[in-house]
Write a new protein. Sequence first.
Lengths: 333, 234
Amino acid sequence: MDSGGATPMTHHAALSWRAWGLIALAVAAGAALPPLLASTLVLTLLTQAAISGILATSVGALLRMSGVVSFGHATFYGIAAYLIALSIKHQWMAAEAAVVLALVVPTVLAFVLGLGIVRVPGMAFSMLTLAIGQAFHEFAVKARAVSGGDDGLAIALPPELFGLPIAVFQRPHSAFVLCWLTLAAVIFALYRVAHSRFGRITEAIRENEERARFIGYETDVPRALVLAISGLVAAIAGVLFALYNAFVSPEVLHWSLSGSALIMAIIGGPRLLWGPAFGAMVFFLVKDLAGNLTEHWQALIGLTLIVVTVLLPVGLGGSLIRLLAALRGGAAR
Amino acid sequence: MMAIQGHALTRRYGGFAALDGVDIAVPAGEIRGLIGPNGAGKSTLIDVLSGRAGKGASGRVELHGRDISALGVQQRRHAGLARSFQRTHVFPELSVVGQLEVAAMKAEAPNVDEVMHELGLGALALRRAADISYGDRRRLDLALALIGKPKVLLLDEPAAGLSMGESLALAEHLKDLVSRWGVTVLLVEHDMEVVFSICHRITVLHLGKVLAEGTPAEVRAIPEVVTAYLGSTA
């Protein structure tokens, strides 16, 4: 491509070596955390936060890449979890193959759904994702013979998975490291996508779909692919959830889980790749601290959401970056 | 050789025909003006030719003799038909050069540098489109259409919102550019100074039909055109 002397640029500026160093440090610090924490309870909470962080990252990725809001991402998360449970229960395949299946099916489902609904604008798209999600939830509740209904399904995992003892996936110390590193890998992968040719095209489509068509781009397939990528990330979270808890119930398909992931993304800052994951950490921190004081901890989450939406539209992550930039600017002066 | 031709082009909205059986043929290399009062069907004609008009449109569109009526907007662009819009239609959050590069990724002959140079966008290369002036966004809108050197360019009021000086400067520059690049242009414009200064021929639309066609001098001399549209401007 002849970009001609002009500096190639996407909206996301490439990261400096210093930024990469800080990121590597953050990832390593997270992975090194478990031995320093005596409390299993805290590690359990952090593991849940990391899994929810991946789910929130999937919702944030859709919002950032396509500009649309999903109220139904628990669908891909829950289907992944149920597929592992059902595959193992009925001995359809080896557990490793079940994990692959649990990643592939929600991704393909998201793509096919995407081809059907990506042209639906704004709020109608959100309502459609909500309706589709609730349809799957209702099926899980009503089809007791398949899903176990409200009682859910216990997952009889094998002693080993991918050559690792199953305890690695289930003990909070190792599970947190696994989930944390997976979260980091997901964010890195999404960073690469955002800076790829495909990422630039989806950015243009998000900004002005009609103009994108008039400069020669087919827009339905890229938008469906974004939904598929987002669905895959949600499925990764669902797989980790199923392996960690060895249990699945209709709650994993409920709209409130999708709503929580969206709240995490908004609190953290959906325009940042790591913002939704940061929001998940804040969400669980508030939930834990407030939960010790009152059973109405959701009210505090709601208050946090209102404050962030009204006063910090770029989210806590975006505000943190602005604050650091201001401090750096002040120091430079 | 006709660069672009439309036969019996019609666009209906229920019982109302915004465009009613229009025939138009623009030879290669020509700048054709398209004028008429509001509601005459000018933008609708551009929409029908570019594939934007939707299912209520009918008629045949040919690009250099090839029937492109069944093609979508993307395929028409690949075939060499580009357009700009009445209201600026850019990518607000992308940098100027960023969006031109995205457009160039689809072009057979990417020419980002050349287009930026021709339209004087170099100094704005790294600015977000949302942060540049309206006049600059109009030039960016035109630049997006010029990426890949299209064979035919449909311009829907490229000078809208510009001052008279800016309009005339843009018109002269456009005339020079399309002449050098060999691009055929169909230009919708309300600014008669612009139209009469750069167009080889002019088609006048009125109530969805062709009222007249000719050189600028011929059009000025047609009493119906003066009555319907030009008035004292002529």
